[in-house]
Design a binder for this molecule. Sequence first.
Ligand code: GLN
Length: 496
Amino acid sequence: MSESVKGIGATAEAIAAAVRSGNASAEEITRAFLAHADKTAGMLGTYLHRMSEEALRAARAVDAKRASGAPLGALAGVPVAIKDNICIRGVPTTCGSTILEGYRPPYDAHVIERLRAADAVLVGKTNCDEFAMGSSTENSAYHPTKNPWDLARVPGGSSGGSAAAVAAREAPIAYGSDTGGSVRQPAAFCGVYGLKPTYGAVSRYGLVAFASSLDQIGPFARTARDTALAYNAVAGPDARDMTSRAEARPIDLAALEGGMKGLTIGIPRDLLEGEGLAPEIRACFDSAAAAFASHGARLIDVSLPSAKHAIATYYLIAPAEASSNLARYDGVRYGLRAGDGDLRAMYERTRGQGFGREVRRRILLGTYALSAGYYDAYYLRAQKVRTLVRGDFLKALSGADALLLPVTPTTAFGLGEKVEDPLAMYLNDIYSIPASLAGVPALSFPAGFGAAGLPIGLQLVGHPFAEETLLRIARAYETWCDAATKAPPIATEVSA
Ligand code: GLN
């Protein structure tokens, strides 16, 4: 086997090329990643369910396919971790909730069908905040996940397990879901790439719904090119999701090498002036902007005047949709059932015991916002503000190829630091939620490190279906900054 793909540091691109050409065996590669995760996953709390046996079986099938002379897919033999709110047939899917304990979906999500077709190897279901509600993975009903860079800190959320898995080299690629930042924020906290595709680019069929008008599945990876490969493997239309869009096209990997010349980057000054942005993140932002300019990009000032209302708007729309989506967990159809006898008492007991505090809070908020007499004042008004936020982005992007934003106001915070203060937790999403409301693509890329040695991510936001441009810019950045190549100690020392 060639040196470059032997270890857990290999990229998905290198692994797939080696497996396709017969220079590496998918089984050996899978064994290496599984053995590493045997050491790290328990310390980090990455998974809710590991799939080691299934993974080895799948890897052997890939090797047999290659031996038979059949062509292999774009992710041949690549270990991939999946957030636990994405359905895999026959595999426990809890969404980090007690209410779905014991539930095994009878079908594969669209993205899982696509990953199997690409000859990827699924290694496990990753931990997340319950029903993807949270920013720290502490709202999982099972256990928190720890940040691979500092085990006393959160990995971000809600897709914290997927971000930690990629940062700790347990898999070169993982998938999560992003409703208001749940791929981008943990990517930033863990020092990896995280892409929230354009709304409609990736089918939501088989993604357990949180807020359907915002939810998007997106990949985590350690290089810009791997992020593109991971996006290509799952993007494109699907008749089973009526919001899926035919405009989603695969990214051309050669185009990612185009550099910065001829590109215009918009800087939303008004958003940066708000209080709360840590000076070290601001400094990283300013030096990244200067580096883009020195490599040939043009910088222009843009404005996103409605973005300051984004958090308030999101916390009406997302809970409203969640309260309706979560009505289906009634003790009859899925997972947990608490008590029998009287039907109404069974519903109440099941939902009272099965949902955690944050989920109950959102159901109450959402039910209130949708109730007769309040609908116009809250939900309808929030929808109007949402239209303004989208308008702001399209206007800002009319003169720019992409906008540069922070992802988070600070680097990863401590475990337990914000659990008792939901508002502080919500405010953490101030830079990620606007692009979610607008439905435009947004990428978190590793941009540097803060004083405590913790990763800093920055965000590129683009035109609808222009994921390629975002990754081209991030790829250019990667060629002059090594932020993406550093590994947390746990990734190397534990297996040394
Ligand atoms: N942190 C946000 C929330 O709690 C976003 C979560 C997400 O994107 N799934 O709703």
